[in-house]
Design a protein around this ligand. Structure first.
Ligand SMILES: Cc1cc2nc3c(=O)[nH]c(=O)nc-3n(C[C@H](O)[C@H](O)[C@H](O)COP(=O)(O)OP(=O)(O)OC[C@H]3O[C@@H](n4cnc5c(N)ncnc54)[C@H](O)[C@@H]3O)c2cc1C
Length: 393
């Protein structure tokens, strides 16, 4: 199979955002190209692989067993002085995925829907004609190519270049990006719960996580806000934590990567849309971006089909895309961004006080909203402006 000269839609990057865009657009009958620069889709992973059950299930009628490494029943949060806040239920409330399998399957679904999928194929630039993005230039197996399209979708992750090539400012301030480092550690005791550790000595303006991967393994990682990084790097903090907590564990994989904790960028221009991490859709408080990447991919695929039907690839036509994500991803992102700003300015004493106020309560509404509602109830000093955002509607 070889590349065609022209497609309706070219999607750059086969992560969850890109594959979902390609799948949706192909299901709508469009002629779609999905390219991935790596030789294998889903590998190496740069993720702790955690997703909420509800938010993940809504994308698939059937969840395949092989996508899931662990069904988790709750979350344990440890404040800087070690106070435990537990959120748990008797049922699976989230999954730790096997992204190496899941990401590849999602790209296969896009292919099954009719998209051309090419790995080891890198976009190196976009083609601009009359102020419209009109395709991409790239390298495939050492050969340079040019392919035209009515719409290009940048799904090229946190380090996205596609947006920048189209003139969209995707730069992130140091206070709006977490620098992440992670080990897959084997030979350690784990339960079906995610653990989160807070504190300025542990992870300044971020957290350490331990997400179970099967019986005796976990993704143990750290995110530190860019503006808080001094001489100690994320791996230095992580090594200290691992030495204390998992000294007998064996490090099987090493992962690093940036996590946007910002507001979204502009997400469209003439002939182009950005999805997933490229559009900065990661949740600023949890750092989770898998489900938002997929959701934005669905919106982008749908809008591509509508714009192609209307033969309008202009900024004005693609504006529908922003309208669609603003009321869902955008609203959550705004709430989480303000929450992030509140938490990063709290000293350890404040985090401890919050944990002491709720450590005897088992929180069964397992979400950031559930946690915040419990905290707001017990802590009238939490700013009213913030509290208002978490009121039940
Ligand atoms: C350490 C860490 C832990 C995380 N933990 C979680 C978690 O537990 N839960 C969660 O929900 N999220 C987590 N995230 C975030 C999550 O990984 C991302 O939000 C998610 O992968 C975004 O999907 P995406 O499709 O937008 O981008 P990506 O998954 O990054 O996919 C982008 C793809 O584009 C490809 N690409 C890039 N440039 C080009 C090019 N020029 N040509 C062709 N292909 C290209 C890349 O190779 C990549 O495959 C974590 C992130 C990090 C760094």
């Amino acid at each position: 199979m070889s590349l065609k000269n022209k497609y309706d839609v070219i999607v750059v990057g086969a992560g969850p955002g890109g594959s979902m865009t390609a799948k949706t657009a192909a299901e709508k009958g469009l002629n779609v190209l999905l390219i991935e620069k790596r030789q294998e889709i889903g590998s190496p992973i740069r993720c702790a692989e955690g997703v909420g059950e509800k938010s993940f299930k809504k994308f698939f009628p059937v969840i395949k067993d092989e996508w899931i490494s662990t069904k988790m029943v709750g979350v344990r949060i440890y404040s800087p002085d070690g106070t435990l806040v537990e959120m748990s239920d008797n049922r699976a409330v989230g999954y730790i995925l096997e992204r190496k399998i899941f990401d590849r399957d999602l790209a296969c679904m896009a292919a099954d829907a009719g998209a051309d999928v090419f790995t080891k194929t890198r976009a190196t630039d976009i083609i601009i004609k009359d102020n419209f993005v009109k395709g991409i230039e790239g390298i495939r197996l050492g050969e340079r190519f040019k392919v035209e399209a009515d719409i290009v979708v940048g799904a090229d992750g946190v380090e996205s270049k596609v947006g920048r090539w189209a003139g969209i400012d995707t730069t992130l301030k140091p206070k709006d990006i977490e620098s992440g480092a992670e080990y897959l550690i084997s030979g350690i005791p784990v339960e079906d719960l995610c653990e989160v550790y807070l504190g300025n000595d542990i992870a300044p303006a971020g957290y350490v996580w331990a997400f179970p991967k099967g019986k005796n393994r976990a993704n143990v990682g750290i995110g530190i806000l860019g503006s808080k990084i001094g001489e100690k790097r994320p791996f230095d903090y992580l090594n200290e934590f691992v030495k204390k907590k998992y000294k007998n564990g064996k490090i099987i994989e090493v992962i690093y990567g940036g996590i946007p904790v910002s507001r979204p960028t502009k997400t469209f221009e003439n002939g182009i849309m950005l999805v997933g991490d490229a559009a900065r859709f990661t949740d600023p408080i949890t750092g989770g971006g898998i489900t938002n990447a997929m959701e934005s991919g669905i919106y982008a695929g749908e809008v591509a089909a509508e714009c192609i039907e209307e033969e309008d690839f202009s900024e004005g036509g693609l504006k529908k895309y922003e309208k669609r994500w603003r009321s869902t991803i955008g609203e959550e992102n705004n709430r989480s961004y303000l929450l992030k700003e509140f938490f990063i300015n709290l000293p350890d004493g404040g985090l401890n006080a919050l944990a002491h106020s709720i450590n005897k309560i088992n929180i069964t509404e397992l979400s950031v909203k559930g946690l915040m509602r419990t905290l707001i109830d017990k802590n009238p000093w939490i700013p009213a402006k913030l509290a208002k955002l978490f009121k039940k509607k």
